[in-house]
Design a protein around this ligand. Structure first.
Ligand code: ADP
Length: 359
């Protein structure tokens, strides 16, 4: 028999994707009525402008219509009262929370930072593809673009415009496949605006991206670090708790120096380097399949050995990847190499996390 209790029980399967909890447990479902095969209820949202409202309504309809005896679902929307919101975000708790107002609502399982010795080796492309492959493998993924001075992540995912503001923080932008993205580029009046910031400002912005952005429940957050193993990347790494670092190099990189610096940083923070990716390692001739090492022979195996970390992938130059990145379609690029890399990284990331120094 389908009654109010039955409907509430069924709706426990529907989550608020931002908060990572069921809409019933969050007190969002009200006025449930059942008449014949028709179920009606009111969905109270934290804000009527909630960008995920259609998704939650669709999920609720789908769940209920999956039960025999329910033929129609009618949902009325309203905004939560201040008291109802207070129940979700108790004021004192929000204020007492170190690391930002949204931090206590976020459940981020693993955080991986992508680092390179210098700019232009494909660090952001690898970060974007790592996120894309992990998302394809069924994980809920976020990308925190910490490359404050040269943010390229939004462009690769075709994201423009300001991210929506939620009641307790900034909501990340969402890509076509549902990857949540935050970048300084989304907050600037113009995408081309140069950001010339010094260390403390950078760490301030990053801390906000970590603590004031409502990431919700994430299986993995990929952090695109600033290029180089200089102070900027160290500052970022010291501002976010990390499970591991993925190092990206190209055959042209000054490998020895990169390795020493990367190893020093990782040691300083007590974060393991989970692996090395050599990008742009060769060109594969489209006609005969010959592998041409345009930048000379690969040093990756030696670099990995010095690092004491595995060489997880050697990615050739592929014009399609460059085109997709430029066109904002990185999610449509497919490559077994990146899929294998993502699975490897997910498997190797330790559960332990670094403790941020700048809190
Ligand atoms: P970084 O973040 O290290 O500065 P990017 O990821 O922005 O580097 O890459 C620099 C340029 O190289 C971009 O135009 C990108 O599309 C291109 N690129 C990166 N990796 C590859 C690859 N394997 N094949 C072809 N183009 C690539």
């Amino acid at each position: 028999m389908i009654d109010q209790a039955y409907v509430l029980e069924a709706l426990k399967a529907v989550q608020d994707p931002e908060l990572g909890k069921s809409i019933v447990d969050l007190g969002m479902v009200h006025d449930v009525a059942v008449e014949g095969g028709v179920v009606r209820f009111t969905l109270a949202l934290t804000t009527l402008a909630c960008p995920l409202r259609e998704r939650m309504m669709d999920d609720a309809r789908q769940v209920l219509l999956g039960h025999a005896g329910i033929e129609d679902v009618q949902i009325t929307l309203r905004e939560m009262t201040p008291q109802e919101k207070e129940r979700i975000w108790p004021k004192q708790q929000a204020q007492a929370q170190p690391g930002g107002t949204a931090a206590h609502l976020n459940q981020v399982d693993r955080v991986i930072a992508v680092m390179s010795g210098k700019g232009g080796v494909g660090k952001s492309s690898v970060a974007a593809m790592l996120a894309t492959s992990l998302q394809r493998q069924g994980k809920q993924v976020g990308v925190l673009d910490a490359d404050i001075t040269g943010p390229s992540i939004p462009k690769m995912f075709g994201l423009h415009g300001a991210p929506p503001m939620g009641p307790v923080g900034i909501l990340p932008a969402e890509t076509e496949t549902g990857i949540r993205v935050m970048s300084i580029n989304l907050l600037l009046p113009s995408e081309d605006e140069a950001v010339i910031w010094r260390g403390p400002l950078i760490s301030g912005a990053i801390r906000q991206f970590w603590g004031d952005v409502l990431w919700g429940k994430l299986d993995a957050l990929v952090v695109d670090l600033p290029p180089g193993t200089s102070d900027a990347s160290l500052t970022v790494m010291q501002s976010i708790p990390l499970n591991g670092i993925l190092l990206v190099t190209s055959p042209q990189d000054l490998a020895g120096m990169v390795v020493r610096k990367a190893a020093r940083m990782a040691g300083h923070l007590n974060v393991p380097i989970v692996g090395l990716v050599e990008n742009m390692s060769a060109v594969i001739c489209p006609k005969c399949g010959e592998r041409i090492e345009v930048f000379g022979p690969s040093q990756a195996a030696g670099v990995a050995m010095q690092l004491g970390a595995p060489l997880l992938a050697q990615i050739p130059l592929d014009p399609e990847l460059a085109l997709r990145c430029d066109a904002g379609e990185v999610e449509q690029y497919r490559s077994v190499l990146f899929d294998t890399l993502a699975a490897d990284v997910a498997r190797r990331l330790p559960a332990q996390r670094s403790v941020p120094i700048f809190t």
